[in-house]
Design a protein around this ligand. Structure first.
Ligand code: ADP
Ligand code: MG
Length: 245
């Protein structure tokens, strides 16, 4: 079932200082199905964050269509959950309180918050403060918030760039488990082609000036090391042929 679609989508930013425009995204077309995990890779400035912000409803498109559940996206909504690089949590609240904030008033907040924290393996840390957690744990609290909000689509903007390689591999495995158990769609912007291959059903490769999608690659479910290596080379060669790399 289709969850999100873009048709001839473009976004220009107006620069007040010299009254010029930057075309950040041009002629973007795709469909994303319910339950799909899509990664976006591409050079800096190719409009990856802009695309996520349009989907989140933080920015307005300039032309074309961007539909979520067949309705034009105009404003932010809890169903589309944007998780920034720093996780977007409140450091003056503890873990449980951060999750409770995402819950609808009519429900038993404490019970639901703990259930969501259990699903991300952090029930034991309910009373901990955000600054006491590792980068990976913060991202898991943000995912618990998304569960509490009953989000349908998670938007992750380079969430693990600040983590070291080992922590990153660990959280990649945890993410795989998380998304296998929860019916959520995800769009992940990442600098790591390897990470994109491990986690994704599809990879969108973007290029810049103006930002557009060069290729959408379907990733096989069974990923042996030979397959992963050849896909890695294929994506790298797309970058090598592009004007900006
Ligand atoms: P990426 O996330 O791929 O690095 P961005 O979406 O952040 O790319 O930026 C795409 C282009 O749009 C860049 O040229 C950037 O300078 C420009 N841009 C992004 N946000 C704004 C903004 N708020 N105002 C003006 N220009 C912007
Ligand atoms: Mg960005």
């Amino acid at each position: 079932m289709r969850l999100l679609s873009a048709k001839n989508l473009s976004k220009a930013y107006y620069l007040q200082k010299d009254e010029s425009c930057i075309l950040a995204l041009s002629n973007i077309n795709f469909e994303i199905q319910k339950g799909e995990f899509v990664s976006i890779v591409g050079p800096s400035g190719c409009g990856k964050s802009t695309l996520l912000k349009l989907i989140a409803g933080f920015e307005q498109k300039s032309s074309g269509n961007l539909l979520f559940e067949d309705k034009e996206i105009k404003t932010p909504h809890g169903k589309r959950n944007y998780i920034p690089q720093d996780s977007g949590l409140f450091p003056w609240l503890n873990v449980e309180e951060n999750v409770k904030l995402a819950i609808n008033k009519k429900e038993d907040k404490e019970k639901k918050a703990l259930e969501c924290l259990e699903k991300v393996g952090l029930a034991k840390f309910a009373k901990a403060y955000i600054d006491e957690l590792s980068g990976g744990m913060k991202q898991r609290v943000a995912l618990a918030r998304a569960l509490a909000m009953e989000s349908k689509l998670i938007l992750l903007d380079e969430p693990f760039s600040a983590l070291d390689e080992l922590s990153r591999e660990k959280i990649d495995r945890e993410l795989l488990e998380f998304f296998a158990q929860n019916e959520m769609s995800t769009i992940l912007v990442t600098h790591s082609i390897k990470e994109a291959i491990i986690l994704s059903d599809r990879i969108f490769v973007m290029d810049t000036n103006p930002g557009y999608i060069i290729k959408m690659i379907s990733v096989k479910k069974e990923k042996d090391s030979h397959y992963k290596e050849s896909l890695y080379e294929e994506i790298l060669s797309l970058f090598n042929n592009s004007s900006t790399f």
